[in-house]
Ligand binder design. Structure first.
Ligand SMILES: Cc1cc2nc3c(=O)[nH]c(=O)nc-3n(C[C@H](O)[C@H](O)[C@H](O)COP(=O)(O)OP(=O)(O)OC[C@H]3O[C@@H](n4cnc5c(N)ncnc54)[C@H](O)[C@@H]3O)c2cc1C
Length: 423
């Protein structure tokens, strides 16, 4: 069986669906192939099922949240930026709201509404969609130009342009298993080693047993490789059975992946970032004066969450049964220092299965930033997480997928028109 279309898009994720839409809006005949039985399986689970569609910050500011290759993103983000993304969803029937940190969500709090808008609009634009369709290879013509794709069934589908939006390696059960990256490597593209990012850390210390489930707010975390600071941030974190997680830790992991992946590094937790050493010492002195005859182990409940007290006592080296009025100045200073410098050892990250995004992917030097066309295989366009682009949390990663998808779709369609001589 031989199918032909003008534009073939692979992957019904954020990048692929937006690419299909942008191409169809320019009048192109579009066929979208997806291995799953439905579109947007990853979108469905984003933002804890609410989908953080984008971030409402100034477009200029967006670049500062991109970790890998922000300059590559200039054309894509200015051509279809965060405010245009918001306008797109609202105009297509998905009203949005802006929450803390400028995070944008559907008013309904349902990611399914984001997917619905995309699939309905694709239908309106007459984009053909084939589910249960696994692409196994790309087909390249004699002059090195793309000519279509090969399915696992052996079927070949021919197209003038092919857009890949097949994602990275994270959360593989959603469909993005990274195999397409290997296929591109086989056809001459270079990859930047894919690494799990926005992912929890594993710790050397066995803190999980005692601290699992403890959530800390308003703490500061510094991740260091020797003396070199890889990340410093303020916010929320969580202890788990294997190590640490939570928003602060996820952000830290992306910088760790970039600068020290696979290395053992230290994480220094400041439990009282609002107070300096001297202020904290005064505060503890006050607490101790009020509890002079109590044992040390019973004198910390105003200062720390219950789960943390035995751990801090153990690390402080102060006898738990010691009367507070017997604690020496030196011991108190040691406690103060510990509360502001609670040190843990990061041995690595959790796997791709638990990583919100993949860092690395197709080397962006091999992709035209103004069109998303491959410089290695003419007629092939690449978009979304499969590229070596990633950002911190806050709606930025999906924004990169919408923007690159839109740019790829738009340019693939214009290129078709130019070849037909209709522009
Ligand atoms: C739990 C979780 C929560 C997240 N929350 C947010 C958030 O709130 N905000 C945010 O900005 N980002 C978030 N992200 C990240 C964001 O979802 C992704 O960066 C983005 O969706 C990537 O889109 P994509 O289209 O490039 O890839 P994907 O969404 O991975 O789509 C790729 C598609 O291609 C299909 N495919 C793959 N290979 C083939 C093949 N060979 N043949 C046919 N089809 C194929 C897959 O089935 C899939 O549908 C989250 C990620 C996760 C895992």
């Amino acid at each position: 069986m031989k199918t032909e279309t003008e534009i073939l898009v692979v992957g019904a994720g954020a990048a692929g669906m937006m690419a299909a839409i942008a191409a169809a809006e320019e009048g192109a005949q579009v066929l979208l192939l997806e291995r799953n039985d439905r579109a947007g399986r990853k979108i469905f689970i984003t933002g804890k099922g609410r989908c953080n569609v984008t971030n409402a910050c100034d477009t200029e500011e967006l670049f500062s949240y991109i970790i890998s290759n922000e300059k590559f993103m200039y054309s894509a983000l200015y051509q279809f930026h965060n405010h245009q993304i918001m306008e797109f969803f609202e105009s297509k029937g998905c009203p949005l709201k802006v929450e803390r940190g400028n995070r944008v969500f559907p008013v309904s709090d349902h990611s399914s509404d984001v997917i619905k808008v995309l699939t309905q609009y694709m239908e309106k634009l007459k984009v053909k969609v084939r589910y249960h369709t696994l692409v196994e290879d790309i087909l390249i013509g004699e002059e090195g130009k793309i000519k279509g794709v090969l399915l696992d069934s052996g079927e070949q589908i021919f197209a003038k342009k092919v857009i890949l939006g097949t994602g990275g390696l994270s959360y593989a059960p959603t469909g993005s298993d990274g195999k397409m990256l290997k296929i591109l490597e086989h056809h001459g593209h270079q990859l930047v080693e894919p690494k799990p990012a926005l992912v929890p850390f594993e710790l050397k210390e066995n803190l999980g047993e005692k601290l699992q489930g403890l959530s800390l707010k308003n703490v500061s975390l510094t991740v260091k490789n020797g003396k070199k600071i890889l990340f410093q941030g303020f916010g929320e974190m969580l202890f788990t059975h294997f190590g640490i997680s939570g928003p602060l830790v996820l952000s830290a992991s992306s910088y760790y992946a970039k600068k020290a992946y696979g290395k053992e590094v230290s994480a220094v937790l400041d439990l009282k970032p609002a107070l300096d050493l001297e202020q904290l010492d005064k505060r503890i002195l006050r607490d101790f004066e009020e509890n002079q005859n109590k044992q040390f182990k019973n004198a910390l409940d105003k200062l720390l969450p219950a789960k943390l007290i035995p751990v801090i006592i153990e690390y402080s080296g102060i006898m738990p049964e010691k009367k507070v009025n017997e604690i020496t100045k030196e011991e108190r200073k040691r406690l103060v220092f510990l509360l502001k410098n609670f040190e843990m050892t990061i041995t690595g990250t959790r796997s791709f299965r638990e990583a919100i995004v993949t860092q690395g992917g197709v080397r962006v030097k091999e992709v035209n930033p103004s069109t998303m066309e491959s410089k290695i295989i003419p007629g092939l366009y690449l978009a979304g997480e499969m590229l070596d682009i990633d950002a911190v949390t806050g709606g930025y990663n999906i924004t990169l997928a919408w923007s690159t998808g839109h740019l790829a779709g738009n340019n693939a369609a214009w290129s078709c028109k130019a070849e037909k001589g209709t522009v």
